[in-house]
Design a protein around this ligand. Structure first.
Ligand code: ATP
Ligand code: MG
Length: 322
């Protein structure tokens, strides 16, 4: 069975269980993931450490063999048609995998040759890409003597040398400073604007929000929710989340808040109160005042506006920690 021509990536019930090894039990890293990414889309897999993002991207890029379900990339089966898929995709892994024996430009040229470009064409393509990505000055340099952000851009160029239909990026901005990260976002936006289909993984919520047309939130190998960022915020976590830590048992009148219009949920956990609200105006002050009226002080307070962070909080009951 092949995916329809329009789909860049399609999976059904995709699974990967790493086998047990010595004392370590088997790891069900991906437990039945369904994805449908049309061509031209910028799609994000968002999740915390160990969620199964790299394993999923590993299966889509034919490096990891699934143990269940199916996955198609450009209409081709990741197991049966692995060789052809490799020709049609570009992959940027998390670590610097550039060849240190080659210059920056040679890294691109060799990749181009590998994919069947002639020497002159490969050089031309390498030069064009390096210029396009603002890397012209680095072309003769060693790929391990440039900045992390530059190295990442070189890796993206290398992945684009043969004009792949789908570009896969595993945590492209992990470990980069904020300025470099936003610069790279700009590069990726331009790529998509030029028609490139992109699938990235990230554990940065703001990255998924800034870039992706659609996002799947993954945790423990499963998709918790997927859709546009606005849809996600609308279905789960449309609320502002206000968290207040009291220095004593929270005031009794807190319980009554749960019945008020504009408040969806009140969670009380020891001295910590968490209020999920669609109408949060004035609520934080009220929570402080309610405590003060009963002689209970506040040691910590925060207010999170609706974001993918509140979505994660609503879906899992856990804080999303980077
Ligand atoms: N080769 C492997 N053998 C055994 N277990 C593995 C292997 N690779 C990953 N795992 C385990 O599978 C689970 C998912 O790992 P994976 O690397 O896919 O997650 P991730 O979402 O990419 O995490 P991170 O944000 O840390 O990169 C984890 O529990 C991990 O320890
Ligand atoms: Mg990973």
């Amino acid at each position: 069975m092949t995916a329809p021509p329009g789909a860049a990536v399609r999976t059904a019930g995709l699974q990967k269980t790493y086998p047990a090894s010595g004392p370590r039990p088997a790891v069900p890293a991906v437990q039945g993931i369904d994805l449908d990414v049309p061509r031209g889309e910028f799609f994000g897999l968002l999740g915390p450490n160990g969620a199964g993002k790299s394993t999923t991207i590993g299966m889509l890029t034919t490096l990891v063999v699934p143990t269940g379900g199916t996955a198609h990339v450009c209409g081709l089966d990741v197991v049966r048609d692995a060789v052809e898929i490799k020709r049609r995709i570009g992959v940027v892994s998390q670590n610097n995998t550039l060849d240190s024996d080659l210059t920056v430009a040679e890294n691109l040229e060799f990749r181009g040759r590998f994919f069947g470009l002639g020497a002159r064409e490969a050089r031309k393509r390498a030069d064009e890409l390096l210029e396009l990505f603002g890397l012209g000055d680095t072309r003769g340099g060693n790929p391990f003597e440039i900045s992390g952000g530059q190295a990442k851009r070189v890796m993206i160029c290398r992945a684009l040398v043969h004009g792949p239909e789908v570009l896969f990026l595993d945590e492209p901005t992990a470990g980069l400073d904020p300025q470099t990260r936003t610069n790279l976002w700009e590069v990726l936006r331009e790529l998509q604007a030029s028609g490139q289909t992109i699938l990235l993984t990230t554990h940065y919520m703001e990255e998924a929000e800034a870039l992706c047309d659609r996002v799947a939130v993954v945790d423990h190998g499963k998709i918790l929710a997927s859709g546009t960022v606005d849809q996600l915020k609308g279905t789960a976590g449309a609320d502002t989340v206000i968290t207040v830590a009291y220095d004593a048992p929270p005031p009794d009148r807190i319980h009554a808040l749960a019945d008020r219009t504009g408040i969806s949920k009140v969670e009380i956990n020891g001295g910590q109160v968490r209020v999920f609200a669609t109408e949060p105006d004035g609520l934080l002050g009220e929570l402080v005042a309610l405590g003060a009226a009963e002689g209970v002080g506040v040691t910590d307070a925060s207010q999170l506006r609706p974001s993918l962070e509140t979505v994660f909080l609503t879906l899992t009951g856990r804080d999303y920690r980077e």
